[in-house]
Structure formats: C-alpha cells, structure tokens
Ligand binder design. Structure first.
Ligand code: ZN
Length: 82
C-alpha cells in the first residue's frame, strides 16, 4: 500500500498516510482540519534533517525517478551550500 505525504493547509502540519486511493483526502492529525493537501512532489528542503526525511520517504515510495532527482538535488545543494 502506498504512502503519501500530506501537508495541512490549516496548521501546516506534515504527515504521511497510507491510503488505498491516491486522491483520498485525510483529516489533519494535529488540528483536525477536514482536509489536508497531498504533496505531489518532494518539496525543496534546506536542513539536513528534512533532507534525510525526504530521502527516506523517497526510498519508501520506491519511486526510483524521484529518488534519483533527490540525489541530484542533494549533490547540487552540496556544491552550492551558502
Ligand atoms: Zn492541521
């Protein structure tokens, strides 16, 4: 079963949900907002913590293309770390 990353439009909480259907909307576990926005792509990250989290998420989704894109982005950021 795939997992999807969601971001609450109300409180900004980010979380993952296992859903059977890709367009299923889920309530926010933090504030209970009725609908959280599914993240369609890996967001641009700047901290090593969120970067590692995104890497793990990419691996877990087993999306090789997204994973490769993340690797390229990380290498770029490593070379342009200002
Ligand atoms: Zn929320």
């Amino acid at each position: 079963m795939p997992t999807f990353d969601y971001r609450c439009g109300s409180c900004g909480a980010e979380f993952e949900e296992w859903v059977k259907v890709a367009d299923t909307s889920v309530p926010c576990p933090e504030c209970g907002a009725a609908e959280a926005e599914r993240q369609l792509s890996i967001p641009i990250v700047h901290s090593s913590t969120t970067r590692a989290k995104s890497m793990r998420a990419a691996k877990r989704r087993d999306d090789r293309k997204q994973y490769e894109n993340m690797k390229v982005r990380m290498e770029y950021e490593a070379d342009h770390d200002d």
